[in-house]
Design a protein around this ligand. Structure first.
Ligand code: HEM
Length: 469
């Protein structure tokens, strides 16, 4: 039986091709792998036949350090059953290749063929379309031609460091490390993962495994209003360079280093609260309007105050907030997942743009989130898996976040840019002064506080491909 890409997969019941697929797929794609401590290496291969041979040896040498999706899922299951003793001390090691990387390997004709992947993120056309900064303003590691990315992640610093060392030992000869990133998870008092502006992040995800959907149904606020189940076709791509594309799959991987100016974001929250004359406890609603959730993750469309965080809710749409007088149209999470209310496509078509986010925060802070308010040096290593880069990541950034006219609000002024990740000029927008009352007030838009410092598109190939090198 061929792998059925048209629906989510039950990994526990997978047999035949689906089971082989799980054994040949890298971990962290279908389900996020723990990566509180994360190392990222940007690698360049040497030129000519010698460079290609060294690159092949390097990639094949990574395989013994890597685990398959199936091994990872079994590990997580063991952890659930036996507690921490059930977790083998092995980090996640993942590898992705760029189009230029396939070219250097001498595999141009077997490289994946997504249009955005072929262009790359450094391409002038890509940058102007996404309104990304000039490459001269990117960090050094991203300015040159990258051929591979290696990710090493673990819950603890020691195994992550040991895994990194093993990878670095393989980087010999003409292989060059162009750049290194260190990601470090941050959590709030409730134990939920947060980003540098202080908000719970990583909560809303498309789920590709029926077991994960079931966990969501039983262990959270449920799945009756917003169904997170997604078809495998939204994340898996047959690996064209693998021995058997019927069982060997990979996924396109987006990496973007997004620097966060925490001080400026805090100022934007205060200025919005002042402009709308929000009082006392209601002032934190200003930040929630920028993000679409309060800091503790409570969705703003559901309630006017925080507190719905045990667990953080995700079973909602904007159906009862059509005028956006609870959660503004332009709030980050409403822009990046309008949950059927975007107005330009059917709810089913709209879902096609969602992607699996696997980001991690970077940068040290003196006294924790909200304390020292850094203006730079901290941010998000945005990472996401896609089966179609043009229709998922690029569509979201370009047609939604950067587009003033999305969603289709039917009113003036248009919603405006996504205040968190929107790039481009920022006209004034309307914000609800009183939660749930149609009393919007036009306010000068908050300044841009997230700056793209570099990035690239990769394909995370099947283990079967890596073994075949
Ligand atoms: C959700 C922050 C970049 C797409 C969220 C949430 C936060 C957040 C706090 C709410 C938690 C959740 O629902 O999981 C940030 C910050 C960013 C950033 C601070 C940059 C520094 C991006 C980028 C994209 C993106 C570049 C895509 C182009 C999404 C999506 C969701 C989300 C799709 C889930 C929305 C939903 O399903 O309701 N982000 N984000 N984010 N973000 Fe971002």
């Amino acid at each position: 039986m061929p792998v059925d890409l048209g629906k989510p997969l039950s990994w526990k019941n997978a047999t035949g091709d689906a089971d082989t697929m799980l054994q040949n797929l890298q971990a962290n794609i279908l389900k996020g792998h723990v990566r509180e401590h994360l190392h990222i290496l940007l690698v360049q291969f040497g030129k000519g036949p010698a460079g290609a041979a060294e690159a092949r040896t390097f990639l094949a040498g990574l395989v013994p350090l890597m685990k398959s999706a199936k091994e990872h899922l079994q590990e997580v299951e063991g952890f659930k059953r036996n507690g921490s003793s059930g977790v083998p001390d092995t980090p996640y090691v993942g590898v992705g290749l760029t189009k230029a990387g396939y070219d250097r390997l001498g595999l141009s004709d077997r490289a994946p063929s997504d249009e955005a992947f072929e262009r790359g993120m450094r391409d002038d056309g890509t940058r102007s379309m996404l309104k990304d900064p000039d490459i001269a303003q990117w960090e050094a590691g991203y300015r040159e031609e990258i051929h591979a990315v290696v990710l090493v992640g673990d819950a603890e610093p020691r195994p992550a460091g040991a895994g990194l060392k093993k990878v670095e030992e393989l980087l010999t000869g003409s292989l060059r490390v162009l750049g290194k990133e260190v990601g470090r998870g941050m959590r709030n008092a409730n134990g939920d993962g947060i980003e540098h502006f202080g908000y719970v992040d990583g909560r809303s995800q498309p789920l590709f495994l029926t077991e994960d959907v079931e966990d969501e149904r039983r262990g959270t606020d449920g799945v009756s209003v917003w169904d997170p189940a997604e078809a495998l076709a939204r994340i898996l791509v047959a690996d064209p360079a693998a021995p058997d594309p019927a069982t060997d799959f990979g996924s396109y991987f987006v990496l973007r280093k997004l620097e966060q100016n925490v001080r400026a974001f805090r100022k934007a929250e205060e200025e919005l609260a002042d402009a709308l004359k929000l009082d006392n406890d209601d002032r934190e609603r200003a930040g929630a309007m920028l993000v679409g959730r309060f800091k503790d993750g409570t969705p703003l469309t559901l309630q006017a105050t925080p507190g719905a965080h045990s667990p953080v809710m995700n079973d909602f749409t904007y159906a009862s907030d059509g005028a956006a007088d609870k959660c503004p149209f332009q709030a980050h999470i409403r822009k990046t997942n309008p949950r059927g209310s975007g107005g330009f496509e059917s709810p089913e078509e709209e879902r096609r743009h969602l992607m699996a986010r696997r980001g991690q925060t970077y940068g040290e802070r003196a006294d924790g989130p909200g304390g020292d308010l850094p203006e730079g040096g901290v941010g998000l290593l945005f990472m996401a898996f896609n089966s179609d880069l043009v229709d998922q990541f690029e569509f979201t950034q370009r047609n939604w976040a950067n587009s003033t006219g999305f969603p289709d609000s039917g009113s003036e002024p248009a919603p405006g840019l996504d205040p968190v990740i929107g790039q481009g000029s920022r006209p004034p927008a309307t914000w609800p002064r009183v939660w749930g009352q149609e009393e919007g007030q036009e306010v000068t838009s908050p300044a841009q506080t997230v700056t793209m410092k570099g990035g690239e598109y990769f394909f995370m190939p099947s283990l079967a491909f890596l073994r075949s090198l």
